[in-house]
Design a protein around this ligand. Structure first.
Ligand code: AP5
Length: 217
């Protein structure tokens, strides 16, 4: 089963994708993570990517489609597309890629979250520098202060684009370029909206119900 997690910045896509990797053995493909890896490479391309990401704008379709193609062209199944596609051109490219690989896209889970909540989620977010587990100052601190629940590391990082100014631009990009995908996937009968305002475990349960019903066919 292959799915897309769609939603604005801070909606909980990464949080839910990581859980699906743990519980269902799916494979998370986060273009945000891939681009953060590219920016830390120090290459000219990495520097350009860093500038675009920090401003809150979208990186070119050509770059992100290339990254995804590299990851899935070896075949396989059980992909969670997290933060991809983000434009209609990316959605078309994904469809073409899946057709070429004889794969299908089974569901698009749309996480719906109010704008005001997104500001709080993004500005309070940090993650483990070692394993990447995502935390929040208020809603999801580690069980033991300063120690990662998963790997025991004591080093944490905050993203350069997790500030109010950058978030405003990221939201603008979401509504202008990404939200048309909601109508696009609705027309294709693939869209499954989920209340992303609910606590993390409730959102997870809603997603499980959708995936279980698709599994049952
Ligand atoms: P990307 O890394 O994809 O960031 P994003 O879409 O802005 O999404 P986030 O990672 O910020 O949020 P999330 O939905 O994963 O939320 P999370 O689970 O962490 O992209 C970054 C940049 O890369 C883009 O701006 C762009 O420049 C570029 N880029 C990436 N993909 C691209 C593409 N396809 N095309 C072009 N450019 C691209 O949760 C957030 C916080 O909330 C956490 O602290 C978490 O603990 C908390 N939380 C989660 N769920 C809940 C809940 N239900 N209740 C309370 N708190 C919650």
């Amino acid at each position: 089963m292959n799915i897309i997690l769609l939603g604005p910045p801070g909606a909980g896509k990464g949080t839910q994708a990581r859980r699906l990797v743990e519980t269902r053995g799916m494979v998370q493909l986060s273009t945000g993570d891939m681009l953060r890896e590219a920016r830390s490479s120090g290459t000219e391309m990495g520097k350009k990517v860093a500038e675009v990401m920090d401003s809150g704008n979208l990186v070119t379709d050509e770059i992100v489609i290339g990254l995804i193609e590299e990851k899935i062209s070896g075949g396989g199944d059980g992909f969670i597309f997290d933060g991809f596609p983000r434009t209609l051109a990316q959605a078309d490219a994904l469809e073409e890629l899946m057709n070429r690989l004889g794969q299908t896209l089974d569901a698009v889970i749309e996480l719906r979250v109010d704008d005001e909540a997104l500001i709080d989620r993004v500005t309070g977010r940090y993650s483990c520098a070692k394993c990447g587990e995502v935390y929040h100052d208020r809603t999801k601190p580690p069980a033991k202060e300063g120690v990662c629940d998963l790997c025991g590391s004591t080093e944490f990082v905050r993203r350069a684009d997790d500030n109010e100014e950058s978030l405003r631009q990221r939201l603008f990009a979401y509504y202008k370029q990404t939200s048309p995908l909601i109508g696009y996937y609705h027309c294709k009968g693939k869209l499954h909206p989920v209340d992303g305002m609910a606590p993390i475990e409730e959102v997870a349960a809603s997603i499980d119900r959708i995936l279980d019903s698709l599994d049952r066919g």
